[in-house]
Design a protein around this ligand. Structure first.
Ligand code: AVJ
Length: 343
């Protein structure tokens, strides 16, 4: 029997407290708050219309309750949503090379979820001694560990229930360590958050360790918008799921049917923005915050950014965090990239 350890670094009510803080902050910001960006576009005529920033916003991490996670899994099978397939293509093609280059004995996976794609990597790493999946969802961690241990009973699995955007402490495990952050989830962070996050990852690495990072790439606008606004409406349901989460957790009375899913490409920031647009003038009550929030008809609330990258941008953001890019692998159609970098 190999050990399965689970360490919870989040206090019991951390999730509830963080949700309350995020909803309060995101829904009470005044329309003119400079943190929301300029209220109007530049005076000089732009080639493309500026995307007007939304005053209200919610962070994307609250999509992922059990229903939201199931909807996301469904998104990954949609014909329009290419990132999961593109990244899997790279992992399958490059797993042996990644194993060879890193010689990893410990694999740390941030935001591991179901660990499905990581299996390709784990299977290619015969020297792997310890797998450290890190996720906010304890059920995802135990589920993934059970599946994995059935096939690799000799592997040590040390799961961490943690929010990796809030600083990380890793268990002492044998090196070299490979830290993987896959799926393009880094694109959900704003540039300043990315810099802080990459800096904290850098601090986890010793000489000989490496970071494996998945990034979706800039491409044709119509391909990007379709990926976030699919024909069957699964992404719309996923987007509105955040309203169900707030209703359940904070006793709110959001009517998801009174909002419309919006996906827009912001060419200045090179990110996709998901929004929920209020179909009517309405007031939403949020009892846990003792709050009533007014939405004008047509008003949009930002629920996610999903930044798209170029090789030079990834290289320079890594360099700013003290990491040097050593490998850049893309799928056949150049839609998605996996990069390897070292301290
Ligand atoms: C899991 C964060 C990478 O940004 O593409 C999918 C989430 N949002 N469809 C992404 C998502 C809308 C996804 N990540």
């Amino acid at each position: 029997m190999s050990p399965f350890l689970l360490t919870r670094t989040l206090p019991e009510d951390a999730t509830g407290a963080a949700l309350r803080a995020d909803v309060l902050h995101g829904l009470t910001r005044a329309a003119h708050d400079p943190a929301a960006g300029p209220a109007t576009g530049p005076a000089v005529a732009a080639i493309r219309p500026a995307v007007v920033p939304a005053a209200k916003s919610l962070p994307p991490k609250w999509f992922y309750d059990a229903r939201g996670s199931a909807l996301f899994d469904e998104i990954t099978t949609l014909p329009e949503y290419y990132p999961t397939r593109a990244e899997r293509e790279i992992l399958v093609a490059r797993a042996a090379e990644i194993a060879e280059v890193t010689g990893a004995r410990t694999l740390v996976e941030l935001g591991s979820g179901s660990s499905e794609k990581t299996r390709h990597l784990i299977d290619a790493l015969p020297a792997l001694h310890t797998y450290v999946p890190v996720d906010v969802s304890e059920s995802a961690l135990t589920g993934a560990a059970n599946t994995l241990l059935a096939e690799r009973p000799a592997l040590d699995v040390h799961a961490l229930v943690a929010d990796f955007t809030r600083g990380l402490a890793l268990p002492g495990t044998p090196g070299p360590r490979l830290v993987a952050f896959l799926g393009g989830t880094i694109g959900n962070l704003l540039p300043a958050e990315r810099a802080a996050f990459l800096g904290s990852v850098r601090d986890l690495l010793s000489p000989g360790d490496a970071l494996l990072l998945g990034t979706d790439l800039v491409k044709d606008e119509s391909v990007l918008v379709s990926a976030y606004d699919d024909a069957t409406g699964v992404t719309a349901a996923f987007n509105k799921n955040v309203l169900h989460v707030i209703n359940r957790e904070l006793g709110a009375d959001f009517d998801p049917g009174a909002f419309t899913h919006v996906a827009v490409w912001d060419p200045a920031h090179e990110w996709i923005e998901m929004r929920l647009r209020s179909d009517v003038d309405q007031t939403v009550k949020i009892p846990a915050l003792d709050l009533a929030v007014q939405f004008d008809r047509g008003e949009e609330m930002r629920t996610e950014i999903s930044a798209k990258f170029r090789e030079e941008g990834v290289r320079s953001e890594l360099a700013d965090a003290g990491l040097s890019l050593t490998h850049w692998w893309t799928d056949e159609r150049n839609r998605f990239a996996l990069s390897l970098s070292t301290p």
